[in-house]
Design a protein around this ligand. Structure first.
Ligand SMILES: [Zn+2]
Length: 362
């Protein structure tokens, strides 16, 4: 009797841990088990970003074969039979980094890398973003810069270090170290001087949607009832940037943003490059916001704790207000401790709509 009781307690603790891993989309548990969803008949890994599930409807399996034997089909979204998406992304990134490191004299394009590995350009970019938080190009630039610094440290003169590390001429070093930074803080402070911004305004369920981007990524997302106020606010934010209303160069990003704003419950935005500037503190807050799962909310003080500055509640609220790419960086998921919605730069009605659409307002 005692033995059975102990065993069932252990099993419960494991089930609790597994359930928590599902709630957190925890990649650490991705290969540890799969779970079947009784209501849909499919089985998934922890990293699946599919529809929300209730604990009472799921069943855990140590092995895929057990899930199949119990009559479940593999989920089409997370494709559990091919290894978890996190493992797949790690695999893609590892292969690409090896290729980049093996060809120090050339900067392989994303297309060339993707072709070598046998994935799409989009999958390659997205894997880099998810696993490393940088683009393949940035990785290559960084490795090149490291080789250059190593060479100089090891006593090479600058000119030969430049050639050894794959730079054709000294000017390219400066070009690429600049490119690596994206929009420099200096440029940003000076109103976007020297940068070109393209933007487009499209319809969305939340009003007129402006998406603006540099050649590095989306730099602003905004919603309003009319186009004019969107354009005025964009000019105010980057008064000296060259601005063109041209959706062409941004079309892929606009589509992703529009789908996120339309409420598509998926992970489509993970491949979206952002070119936003903020203080180190603001960036930590924005990163914390991206970790809040859809359908859930956090309070400003929980975010403050999450980034290790539990007393910085007010600064967190300010950083949320300064978020240049709302909806994609879900600052709408942060509410007040007393249950009040708190503020929202795009209007409290939009915040309410976003949260109720995500099922976070019960
Ligand atoms: Zn799934």
């Amino acid at each position: 009797m005692t033995v059975i009781a102990e065993r069932s307690t252990q099993t419960d603790a494991l089930a609790d841990e597994r359930w928590q891993a599902i709630c957190n989309n925890d990649p650490a548990w991705e290969d540890a088990f799969v779970f079947g969803v009784r209501t849909t008949g499919v089985y998934c890994r922890t990293t699946c970003r599919g529809a929300a599930v209730l604990r009472k409807n799921i069943e855990f399996f140590d092995e895929i074969a057990e899930a199949r034997a119990a009559g479940y089909r593999p989920c089409k979204r997370c494709r559990p039979d091919e290894g978890g998406p996190h493992s797949r992304a790690v695999n893609v990134v590892t292969q690409a980094c090896d290729l980049i490191d093996a060809t120090p004299d050339e900067l392989l394009t994303v297309a060339a890398l993707a072709r070598h590995i046998g994935v799409t350009d989009h999958a390659l970019r997205r894997s880099f973003d998810v696993i490393l938080g940088i683009t393949p190009r940035q990785y290559a630039e960084q490795r090149r810069l490291e080789r250059f610094k190593d060479d100089v440290r090891n006593g090479h003169d600058v000119t030969s270090a430049l050639y050894n590390s794959g730079y054709g001429s000294s000017s390219r070093l400066y070009e690429s170290s600049d490119a690596h930074l994206g929009m420099t803080p200096g440029q940003y402070r000076k109103g976007g001087v020297g940068i070109s911004i393209n933007y487009a305004i499209v319809d969305s369920p939340l009003g007129r949607l402006l998406v603006a981007g540099t050649d590095k990524g989306v730099c602003r997302i905004s919603l309003a009832d009319d186009d004019e106020s969107l354009e005025v606010a964009l000019r105010k934010e980057f008064p000296l940037a060259e601005q063109a209303k041209d959706s062409g160069p941004l079309s892929e990003w606009i589509e992703i943003v529009a789908r996120v704003v339309s409420g598509e419950p998926s992970d489509i935005d993970t491949g979206l490059p952002l070119d936003v500037r903020g203080t180190a503190f603001q960036r930590r807050v924005w990163e914390a916001l991206r970790r809040i799962p859809r359908g859930e909310t956090r309070t400003y003080s929980q975010i403050a704790e999450d980034i290790g500055q539990p007393t910085a509640t007010r600064a967190v609220a300010n950083a949320c207000g300064k978020n240049p790419t709302p909806v994609v960086v879900p600052c709408h998921r942060v509410v007040r401790t007393d249950g009040g919605l708190g503020g929202y730069a795009l209007g409290i009605e939009r915040k309410q709509k976003l949260l109720s659409r995500e099922g976070a307002l019960e």
